[in-house]
Ligand binder design. Structure first.
Ligand code: F6P
Length: 544
């Protein structure tokens, strides 16, 4: 295991922490509120409401050093092939480099290519948004349908929703699922003459995306003479997009060293750029780049992605909590938990180290969540009183965009602060008894109800605060989480940049297609799958 003795010291610290109350740490560490917050780039990250003591924090930082986080970070930013199982560099951060930057890899300036593609995207976006680029019969493009899945969907869908106050371009729609319901329902309200279709696929081989793209093409061909004119493709394999029949002038590419789930910053973000315009998109990139610079330059003790990652390591690998909840008190970040599910779980859901040995630590956690305050009225019961501990990652903006409703935003903030406070402090049995006595209940009723009305407390959470969800701040938040994943993956000694675990299901699906269609025998299947196939075969086509 990476950093063996540092881990052993941490496991011992974790045992001591199990018997400790967070509230007592504030008494023992008078500067805790200050020392367990990091302020950078106008954002504040607070990890004081955790069981991590000053001493534990030092051990976590020792672990990061023992696992050479800084050296690996520098290798990533130098373009070294740290994605060892695919023999590639990891260069999604290069997509947010500013104009004039350079990144030489194998004698080629990759930054030049990236910036040239960004210029082409911006020119296309300007032409479409100004009405210079039009659909059939000189119809203005009012709607854009992005067809892609995983990283080719979640990033642009999440960010487009997050930046709704900046929308002044076409409406954007997102189709991901192979379920024909998705494309059917999306196209149902649209006029082909006024629609642009973006086929987004890094590999340009993904079954879902190519199948939906063909359906969209047929839909377009049924109404316009030159359907191809209203198709754009985004891929790291532009030749495949051209073979698919998309005009090279409207194919935007990006390097293979950009993982799908990290690709929002380049052409995969075209739908976002069309919605908010190239200027605001540039601010989004500038935010991501600012977080890169912070991650590269800030000492480990003051480094926000490192602090977020070490809190993650503490909760998952040291304390053993299997999940963590992401709770943005920001409705426009409603898709952020889904986005982070892919980012974190596809990156760090690995059971084998870089050296090919079984990982003898728990892999990355289950990541889930919902925006607040909705979450308070669904699963928070379990978070407050259930028997499992779920570390919570709260986030909130100081201000919303609805200036006339500023007091309502204040209610939102009161709620997010109340939740983390309630999780930390809880309510003891004695406090519950006293509360029920004040309500005038009889002694028998008090004894009966007090256990139900008490809260164990001591439930950990972190809080990220930011001024307002601008493009720049969104860029900072996304890059913060990307680097968090990098630090956690480096400490675990795994490759955060491949995803072999998604392949087996894809292969088996291909093999099952002819069986389901009755063109191949079901005999070779396992008994359970064979039975399911049989049940489906008896009913398919009979429900109409
Ligand atoms: O199946 C997983 C995956 O490969 C993701 O990593 C990726 O984001 C998604 O599929 C879509 O892939 P592509 O962009 O190549 O269509």
């Amino acid at each position: 295991m990476n950093g063996d003795s540092a881990w052993q010291r941490l496991f011992a610290a974790g045992k001591r922490a199990s018997a400790r109350r967070i509230a007592d740490l504030f008494a023992a560490e008078p500067l805790r509120d200050e020392r367990f917050t990091i302020e950078a780039l106008s954002m504040l990250f607070d990890f004081s409401k955790t069981t991590i003591s000053e001493g534990d924090r030092a051990l976590l930082l020792d672990l990061a050093r023992a696992c050479a986080v800084e050296a690996r970070r520098d290798r990533m930013f130098a373009g070294a092939p740290i994605n060892e199982t695919e023999n590639r560099p990891v260069i999604h951060w290069a997509l947010r480099l500013p104009d004039g930057a350079s990144l030489m890899l194998g004698g080629i300036d990759i930054a030049d290519q990236i910036l040239e593609t960004r210029r082409r995207m911006a020119a296309f976006a300007r032409a479409l948004r100004s009405g210079e680029y039009r659909g059939e019969g000189a119809a203005a493009i009012t709607d854009v349908v992005n067809i892609g899945i995983g990283g080719s969907d979640l990033g642009p869908a999440m960010a487009t929703r997050a930046l709704a106050p900046y929308h002044d371009g076409p409406r954007c729609h997102f189709v991901a699922n192979l379920d024909p319901a998705d494309i059917t329902d999306t196209l149902a309200g649209l006029d082909p003459a006024h629609t642009l279709v973006i086929v987004a696929s890094k590999s340009f081989t993904t079954m879902e995306t190519l199948t939906n793209a063909r359906v969209a093409h047929q839909w377009m061909a049924g109404a316009v003479k030159d359907p191809g004119r209203q198709f754009v493709a985004i891929s790291a394999h532009p030749e495949r997009a051209r073979e698919f029949g998309i005009d090279p002038a409207r194919v935007f590419d990006f390097p293979d060293g950009v993982g799908g789930r990290y690709s929002l910053w380049g052409p995969i973000g075209l739908s976002l750029m069309l919605a908010i315009g190239p200027g605001d998109f540039a601010d989004f990139l500038a935010g991501g780049h600012a977080m890169d610079e912070h991650f590269r330059a800030a000492p480990l003790e003051e480094n926000m992605p490192v602090a977020l990652a070490l809190a993650g390591i503490w909760h998952r690998q040291v304390m053993g909590y299997p999940t963590r909840a992401v709770l943005p008190y920001d409705q426009r970040l409603a898709r952020l938990p889904a986005y982070l599910q892919q980012l974190e779980m596809e990156s760090n859901g690995k059971g084998v180290t870089l050296a090919g040995a079984p990982l003898d630590l728990p892999s990355g956690p289950v990541v889930w969540g919902e925006p607040g305050t909705n979450c308070q009225h669904s699963f928070f019961q379990m978070i407050h009183q259930g028997t499992d501990i779920v570390p919570c990652e709260f986030m909130a903006a100081a201000e919303g965009f609805e200036e006339d409703l500023a007091p309502q935003h204040g209610l939102l903030l009161a709620n997010v602060l109340a939740q983390s406070k309630a999780l930390m402090l809880g309510r003891s049995l004695e406090e519950a008894r006293a509360m029920l006595a004040r309500e005038g209940l009889s002694p028998e009723e008090i004894e009966r109800l007090a256990p139900h009305r008490s809260f164990p407390g001591n439930r950990p959470s972190t809080t990220l605060l930011y001024p307002r969800l601008t493009p720049r701040i969104l860029g900072q938040i996304i890059a913060l989480y990307e680097h968090r994943v990098f630090v956690e993956g480096t400490i675990l000694g795994i490759n955060s940049f491949d995803q072999w675990g998604v392949e087996l299901g894809k292969e088996l699906a291909l093999a099952l297609i002819p069986v389901l269609e009755g063109e191949a025998p079901a005999e070779g299947l396992d008994p359970s799958t064979r039975r399911l196939v049989g049940w489906l075969a008896a009913r398919r086509g009979s429900t109409g």
